[in-house]
Ligand binder design. Structure first.
Ligand SMILES: C[S@@+](CC[C@H](N)C(=O)[O-])C[C@H]1O[C@@H](n2cnc3c(N)ncnc32)[C@H](O)[C@@H]1O
Length: 209
């Protein structure tokens, strides 16, 4: 195994997950949902804490693994999380409650992201996490950059999409869409960007203008 692979595994296994988080992760896998990697979860929590986030939006609740990490860093924040699956929201609600987060602070909106996002206020949120349908990545990024306030951050787990983004031989639609997003934010003067190779990649984009 290469040094990079060892570091990657160590960084992922180094992070302790809460009891409810581990339960949500196990349940997610049972339901065929891919939760964010541990290292990504920890990074979401850290960014929520470091930015003093009070208003967070998430596209793709799943059973709440990423949401629990976000709230672990900003326990007083309000999380608005969108998912099209009502059953997932029912389970996620139970898990958020079990973790001690009241329903007043976890707003679960059941619906399709592209129906819900246009109704949300622009320049209003500290963090927007995009973890919904990757086929709608370009539209979701556009909405996320609209919703986040100046100084706020858009977070994109899976930004390296299964190792395909870094492989120029992979030219399928998803790999190309992720590459297009990376190129676009990299060349924009309106944002500051960092790309972490942890998990399946985490793109971090802070809006500065
Ligand atoms: C990768 S999972 C999210 C995992 C979650 N963030 C976590 O860390 O546990 C993607 C989620 O997006 C939801 N989803 C897929 N397409 C969607 C759409 N068009 N609108 C809203 N939610 C969608 C799926 O139901 C699924 O729960």
């Amino acid at each position: 195994m290469s040094h990079n692979e060892l570091n990657w595994m160590f960084a992922n296994e180094f992070v302790p997950e809460s009891e409810v988080g581990a339960k949500a992760r196990a349940l997610s896998l049972e339901h065929g949902i891919e939760p964010v990697a541990l290292a990504i979860g920890a990074q979401l929590g850290l960014i929520a804490a470091a930015t003093g986030a009070t208003n967070i939006v998430e596209i793709g609740t799943g059973l709440g693994v990423s949401g629990l990490w976000l709230l672990s860093g900003a326990p007083l924040a309000t999380l608005t999380s969108i998912d099209e699956e009502f059953e997932y929201h029912e389970l996620a609600r139970t898990l958020f409650t079990e973790a001690g987060y009241p329903s007043s602070r976890v707003r679960l909106i059941t619906g399709r992201a592209l129906d819900v996002l246009p109704r949300m206020n622009e320049n209003s949120y500290d963090i927007v996490v995009i973890d919904g349908d990757p086929k709608q990545l370009l539209e979701n990024i556009e909405h996320a950059l609209r919703l986040v306030r100046i100084g706020g951050t858009v977070l994109l787990p899976h930004a390296l999409w299964r190792g395909e983004v870094a492989d120029p031989a992979k030219r399928n639609a998803l790999a190309s869409a992720f590459r297009a997003v990376l190129n676009e934010v990299n060349s924009s003067d309106a944002v500051i960007t960092a790309l972490s190779p942890a998990g399946d990649g985490l793109l971090q984009v802070t809006k500065i203008a």
